[in-house]
Ligand binder design. Structure first.
Ligand code: PLP
Length: 367
């Protein structure tokens, strides 16, 4: 990345610097393709998974309109990222029907409901590989099998999962998959969309200089793409080691919290989750207060979202059947590649101490 920043060049330029930039992009594209079992020609670079999701949903809707394909139903799960839910809802204005599939109390998609809702009118189904709030892994093979029965196209938001668990687009038989560099320790500002050679190409949402076959035009950010390629190579080489490390640290954190008598439970129950991911409910503890107290020591988040100054429970926790009180006591933590056991031990002491303080403040200590 530093080399590309020191010698800035446009991959479309007809001179040696342009050729070097184009070669760097081609190498990164090949590495990223290999990570997900795709061909290099099936990878489109975008600014991130938000744009990739928008391109998949809106680009395929445009394709259907322009090719006079009669299918008008789009099916999404209730726990999708807003970068899927928002474009899906926007498509209603263009005459598409958007159907939301429920999840169970663990956050896993209800496949029985999905198979009732996907029919011959269904254009596209979008289900994420791993949820960003709970880490729950969705049963993608079952989801794909249901889509194939009625000829619906299938898009997977792989932003949280690609680079963290093995995901092969050919084995899974996906049509489209979004992914993001910064979710696999690469630079922010770049991501991509896998478009199967066998699937319709999304119609572009941007128009310009014709780069990337005109499907996603714009001068490629060479240093970011190089960084993304390096991150993908590291992710491939360290996939198993990283997963083992994440699981170990998450188990250690849970054991330490138990040792410090922090009464908490995993809200995902026995659902399979992303290694290293923990979504915990601590009864009687306002997660927002916990996060605020730990702000400078432990990087944790809640599932709540602040919209126009109003704190709303997360749509993910609501879809899992949690009420406002329960969901306000949920916090999430991710044990990543660069975390150490010593950090986890320290984090556990900070969290345990903060839980006590929050309970004290709210007068719930002796309840
Ligand atoms: N989809 C999921 C599941 C995510 O977790 C995120 C990021 O938080 C996105 C999409 C958006 O990705 P990006 O930040 O690359 O636009």
């Amino acid at each position: 990345m530093f080399a590309a920043w020191s010698n800035p060049s446009n991959a479309g330029s007809p001179h040696i610097l342009g050729e070097l930039a184009a070669a760097s992009i081609a190498a990164a594209r090949a590495t990223i393709a290999e990570l997900i079992g795709a061909s290099a020609s099936e990878i489109l670079f975008t600014s991130g998974a938000t744009e990739a999701n928008n391109l998949a949903l809106m680009g395929i809707a445009r394709w259907a309109l322009e090719t006079r394909n009669a299918r008008r139903r789009i099916v999404v799960s209730a726990v999708e990222h807003k970068a899927v839910l928002e474009p899906a809802h926007w498509l209603k204005a263009l005459g598409f029907e958007v159907v939301v599939v429920p999840v169970d109390s663990r956050g896993a998609i209800d496949c029985a409901a999905l198979s009732m809702l996907v029919d011959e009118q269904t254009l596209l189904v979008s289900v994420m590989a791993a949820n960003n709030e709970t880490g729950v892994l969705q049963p993608m093979p079952d989801v794909v099998a249901i889509c194939r029965r009625s000829g619906a196209l299938i898009h997977c938001d792989g932003a949280q999962a690609v680079g963290k668990i093995p995901l092969d687009v050919v084995d899974l038989d996906l049509d489209y998959m979004s992914f993001s560099s910064h979710k696999m320790y690469g630079p922010a500002g770049v991501g991509g969309l896998y478009v199967s050679a066998a699937a319709p190409t999304p119609q572009p949402l941007h128009f310009g200089g014709g780069q990337q076959s005109g499907v996603r035009p714009g001068t490629e950010p060479v240093p970011l793409i190089i960084g993304f390629g390096a991150a993908a190579r590291l992710a491939r080489d360290r996939l198993d080691a990283d997963a083992g490390h994440g699981r170990l640290l998450a188990c250690r954190l849970l054991a330490k919290l138990d040792e410090y008598q922090v009464a908490c439970r995993r809200i995902t129950g026995d659902a399979p989750i992303l290694p290293g991911s923990l979504s915990l409910l601590v009864p009687g503890v306002e997660a927002d207060d916990l996060v605020a107290l730990l702000r400078t020591t432990v990087c944790i988040s809640t599932g709540s979202a602040c919209t126009a100054g109003q704190v709303l429970p997360s749509h993910v926790l609501t879809a899992m059947g949690m009420d406002k009180v329960e969901s306000s006591s949920v916090f999430r933590i991710y044990c990543g590649r660069y975390n150490t056991e010593a950090e986890i031990d320290l984090a556990a002491t900070f969290i345990a101490d903060a839980c006590l303080r929050v309970r004290h403040r709210s007068g719930r200590l002796h309840q």
